[in-house]
Design a protein around this ligand. Structure first.
Ligand code: ZN
Length: 86
């Protein structure tokens, strides 16, 4: 059993730890997770994750949608900011 497959972090946890935009050459902090799947190489329930900054979210979505790989885009809520009410 491979828990990383279940979590969707196929390339390893280090890829998401940095939380930097996946767009080539962009070093902005990521605000979005783009979940995608390539049926040619992944099982249907598998999810790959690209990270995107606000500027490149649409660019990367379009890239994946053009290739019919895109599944969904969700906010990157690293902490969900609990206890920040004071
Ligand atoms: Zn970017």
């Amino acid at each position: 059993m491979n828990i990383f497959d279940l979590a969707g972090g196929g390339a390893g946890p280090a890829e998401t730890a940095a939380a930097v935009c996946s767009r080539k050459g962009c070093r902005s902090g990521a605000a979005w997770q783009l979940l995608w799947n390539n049926p040619k190489i992944h099982t249907p329930e598998r999810r790959k994750i690209w990270l995107a900054c606000d500027d490149h979210r649409l660019w990367l979505e379009d890239y994946l949608q053009t290739r019919a790989l895109w599944k969904e885009t969700v906010p990157l809520d690293l902490a969900a900011a609990p206890g920040r009410d004071s």
